[in-house]
Design a protein around this ligand. Sequence first.
Ligand SMILES: C[S@@+](CC[C@H](N)C(=O)[O-])C[C@H]1O[C@@H](n2cnc3c(N)ncnc32)[C@H](O)[C@@H]1O
Length: 291
Amino acid sequence: MITKSQEKRNLGFGQIYLAVNQSSGVDEELSPNTLYLTLKTSRSFCVLMEESSRPSSANSNDSFNISEFLVPARDLKLPGQSSVTFDGLLKEPLLLKEDLKEGCGGQLWPAGMVLAKYMLRRHHSDLSDKTIVELGAGGGLVGLAVARGCHVGPSPLYITDQIPMVSLMEANIKLNNLSSTVKAAVLDWGDPIPADIPRHPAIILAADCVYFEPAFPLLVTTLKELLGPDSVCYFCFKKRRRADLRFMKLAKKAFSITEISDDPDAETYKRENISLYSIRAKQDNTGLRND
Ligand SMILES: C[S@@+](CC[C@H](N)C(=O)[O-])C[C@H]1O[C@@H](n2cnc3c(N)ncnc32)[C@H](O)[C@@H]1O
């Protein structure tokens, strides 16, 4: 939705298209400054994701009514390495290289931490013989945690993302000596599922994949293709903007969705607007899929 005045700028992270609507109400569901952004590189999304949780008092500048939050990357994380035990749930810590140069998946995100902890606690022992695919894995936080701390295999666990994230996923697999258990693969939402990815995996993992509205229908398409009658997707996301709820609206039409109720951390992360769901294919009462 591009309205009234439009400005195309290069803010150092690729081209960011700003459409500024100075009349109120046209896109009231977006930022408080009635500002609509289409960010053309995934690294730019990080600016939006990180900053959208900030108070809106960092106010607008000059002629475009552009909030200060668009100043690029002054506080984006520098490349580095984290060591994570998920509050002691892993005996041997997971090591994760973080590097935002190829996209926002290059750092750890809060919903990924929540989902990984949930899987380690509640699915520690029931994943063996199950095919597992992670979507939008970034550096592989969730999939690698599951591979390290849960009983998995013998089929490989696939951590997937767009092409630019593959080298980081591969580096993290190697760093944790998980090459015999975990494979990195490209799975771009909305594209046909590549032949090497299991058609209807038993378990799909997706954390912090809701943040860019044009990608919502693509993610729904991919979930529709992947979810077989016996598949379950554990889906965790942090609501940053009201627009993020549109994903849930779309998803509720397409799938059976249940909020996870057996996570002892739930009260804590709900306060941070993080939600955890299980998503299944809709089935009619004959047990057949209902596409
Ligand atoms: C916020 S990051 C979350 C990374 C990781 N799941 C975590 O929780 O730390 C979102 C991830 O979704 C991936 N992504 C975005 N659009 C995608 C698409 N169309 N197809 C596949 N992956 C996509 C990004 O590359 C990024 O790695």
